[in-house]
Write a protein of this length. Structure first.
Length: 323
């Protein structure tokens, strides 16, 4: 399999009245063709900022300060605006967090899907319309509904339209940013199942951003766990489930109900994600970690490969204390 996306040492900072917030720092991971990566973590851990940095959508007072984002070998962080225009939708697209905000209420859903096709593909309106109908059918909506307006659809159907828009120009990589937020549990399951089905059918590379650990582990081949702007563990899903190495990863698993083991005690994680403004050079999880020792309070661990394909950032590994 070829590598579609390679993110290396990505850092994004925000300037605030109280100092610099290091919202994303030194993030690295890769994504192969036809692979789905779950980007997981509590709210405020930097997941959406990573997505916006990849897409070059960070605006002042934010700034990508270092790193590289290679999409099929081309560095998006060094691309010109003209190059970005040609890459977005055709090579990389996004399923937004809220379809309600993504869809314009005064245009039909068909016109909104066709807009990106007409802008980025060498087709006429008739061909774009046929492609739009096909896309709607692909996501489970009658193609003739292209004439409908967003207010005529339910929340789940709006999200399906947003998925159709993301696939309009046959991208190689799709970023799904909390795309089931605000939907009921049944509709969430349907939308996620649809994304997984389309990923397999179209051999898409997908980044699935979520705080829903059970859902991510059910459909993603790999998982990257973020905490306070950093990736603290990254590995195949089975590895995370059966042999998580970072204390935060273990804490997330312990805080997640398991229907297969109803007698298992659910343990909440004490404390909260730290304020990242002028954060000291230390392990960002040390204030909530039951295993923290002096080095954790003085230095920041790097993400290192502990076994083939399994990366973690924890001094316990270096000290041989992580059993």
């Amino acid at each position: 399999m070829s590598t579609v996306l390679s993110v290396e040492s990505l850092s994004t900072y925000f300037k605030t009245d109280k100092g610099i917030a290091k919202a994303v720092e030194n993030v690295s991971f890769t994504l192969d063709e036809g692979e789905m990566l779950g980007l997981i973590g509590e709210s405020g851990c930097g997941k959406t900022t990573v997505a916006q940095s990849i897409l070059r959508l960070i605006e002042y007072p934010g700034k990508v300060v270092s790193g590289s984002v290679l999409l099929n070998g081309k560095d998006l962080l060094k691309a010109s605006e003209k190059e970005l225009y040609s890459l977005r939708w055709k090579e990389i697209s996004v399923i937004p967090q809220s379809a309600m905000n993504a869809l314009n209420p005064i245009f039909t859903v068909g016109d909104q899907i066709m807009e990106s096709i007409l802008l980025h593909e060498d087709v006429n309106r008739t061909e774009a319309l046929e492609r739009t109908k096909t896309l709607l059918e692909l996501v489970g909506i009658d193609g003739d509904r292209w004439k409908s307006y967003p207010h005529e659809f339910s929340g789940g159907m709006k999200q399906r339209v947003a998925i159709a828009m993301a696939l309009a120009c046959n991208p190689k990589l799709v970023i799904s940013d909390e795309s089931t937020t605000g939907l009921d549990v049944l509709t969430q399951a349907q939308v996620i199942a649809l994304i997984k089905n389309l990923q397999k059918k179209m051999n898409l590379a997908v980044i699935l951003i979520s705080h829903d650990l059970p859902m991510v582990t059910a459909i993603c081949e790999k998982i990257a766990i973020m905490y306070a702007g950093k990736i603290v563990e990254w590995a195949a899903t089975d590895t995370i489930l059966n042999n998580a190495r970072h204390p935060y990863s273990r804490a997330l698993l312990n805080a997640t109900p398991d229907l297969s083991e109803p007698e298992k005690e659910v343990v909440s994680i004490p404390g909260s994600v730290p304020n990242l403004v002028n954060f000291p050079n230390s392990c960002r999880f040390h204030t909530r970690c039951p295993y923290a020792f002096e080095k954790c309070r003085q230095e920041s661990p790097d993400l290192k490969e502990v076994k083939h394909g399994h990366y973690t950032a924890c001094f316990l590994e270096e000290e041989g204390q992580n059993g």
